[in-house]
Design a protein around this ligand. Structure first.
Ligand code: NAP
Ligand code: ZN
Ligand code: ZN
Length: 348
């Protein structure tokens, strides 16, 4: 066991604070990664504050991890000491169920092992995340990282990136299609970049008028304020897909209305309260709602390679570890452009 410095939430009400955790001795397929950057996902905030009602404490959040391999287990094939490596939202699964056999481990029949706020497969050891100096992870859930991209901007690909890439691929987004992205935050800005890279005509739907210029810089062809009734009316039955990347409480109806024949509402946002769905909006145009959870290990590597080829990374604001509680408050005010990433060198 190695003791490692970290930042943890000790309860739903307490701010994050310095903490120490233990990382296990390397098993045969384990990689030890010295964490360089750790992205800050809104799921970190939801869970640190127990907004989904399933939190376990003490909790070290963080599931957008990039760093350098410092040691490898005896049978590791994928990595050598000194390689860059990434770890995302999960670190293990049952490995034998149908989803696991098909590398969709996030849908593991027994439940995937989350990087934090979860127990390991032994059901006893608490998994702890990336707001820490080092992590030990099985090589299957550890990804190769290109050395051509800026590393701080790569970290958010491990959650915000794969979470938006996977549903767009699943929906078969292609040139000529119209895609809207709702919520310009960490996930939303990656959804815009990916939908544009896949050739779609992209509209940003936002509650923040100040984000229009940025949305266009990110590649969106159009921008609409979701509070502007006239514009939302004009956009009814207009899109093949709407990606819901919204963290706050909202209803699906206004977004369902925007879908054209057999259009899909691709849901990735996970607000604290259940959204309302009007079945009349669903039957009209034979619309559907498709949820999507991160992406499997093979698809995550595919997404990272796609980003390296297309030069895609997240737009980040790099922060020191002790800024995390302020960062959470700013996230709640929709004031992040467009992902906070912790420079782990700032944690001493
Ligand atoms: P974020 O950076 O905080 O961005 C969320 C954005 O949603 C905000 O910037 C804002 O954009 C919009 N928004 C917030 N409250 C709203 C409301 N009440 N009504 C309408 N729009 C609102 O969050 P994130 O890290 O991208 O995460 C987004 C959500 O996805 C979170 O709920 C998170 O837990 C979830 N998530 C899911 C998965 C998955 O596997 N499915 C993975 C990761 C995260 P505008 O200013 O443009 O309105
Ligand atoms: Zn996340
Ligand atoms: Zn499984």
């Amino acid at each position: 066991m190695t003791r490692v410095k970290a930042y943890a939430a000790l309860s739903a009400a307490s701010p994050l604070q310095p903490f120490e955790i233990e990382r296990r001795e390397l098993r045969e397929h384990d990689v030890l990664v010295e964490i360089l950057f750790s992205g800050v996902c809104h799921s970190d905030l939801h869970q640190a504050r127990d907004e989904w009602g399933d939190s376990i404490y003490p909790m070290v959040p963080g599931h957008e991890i990039v760093g350098r391999v410092v040691a490898t287990g005896a049978h590791v094939k994928k990595f050598e000491k000194g390689d860059l490596a990434g770890v995302g939202v999960m670190v293990d699964s049952c490995r034998v169920c149908r989803p696991c056999e098909n590398f969709m481990e996030q849908y593991c029949a027994e439940g995937m092992t989350g990087t934090y706020n979860n127990y390991e497969r032994d059901k006893v050891t608490m998994a702890q995340g990336g707001y820490s100096k080092q992590i030990v992870c099985d090589e299957r859930w550890t990804y190769r990282i290109s050395d051509t991209l800026p590393l701080a901007g790569v970290a958010p690909l491990l959650c915000a990136g794969i979470t938006t890439y996977s549903p767009l691929k699943f929906a078969g987004v292609q040139p000529g299609q119209r895609v809207a992205v709702a919520g310009l935050g960490g996930l939303g800005h990656m959804a815009v970049k990916f939908a544009v890279a896949m050739g779609a005509e992209v509209t940003m739907l936002s509650t923040s008028p100040s984000k229009e210029t940025d949305a266009r810089k990110l590649g969106a062809h159009h921008f609409a304020l979701s509070s502007d009734r006239a514009t939302m009316k004009k956009l009814e039955s207009h899109f093949d897909a709407v990606v819901d990347c919204i963290s706050g409480v909202h209803n699906y109806d206004p977004y369902l209305k925007l879908l054209d024949l057999e259009g899909r509402l691709l849901v990735v946002g996970l607000p604290q309260e259940n959204p309302r769905v009007d079945p009349f909006e669903l039957i009209n145009n034979r619309r559907s709602i498709t949820g999507s959870m991160i992406g499997g290990t093979v698809e995550t590597q595919e997404m990272l390679d796609f980003c390296a080829r297309k030069n895609i990374t997240a737009d980040v604001e790099v922060i020191p570890m002790d800024y995390i509680n302020t960062a959470y408050e700013r996230m709640l005010k929709n004031d992040v452009k467009y992902r906070f990433v912790i420079d782990m060198a700032s944690l001493h």
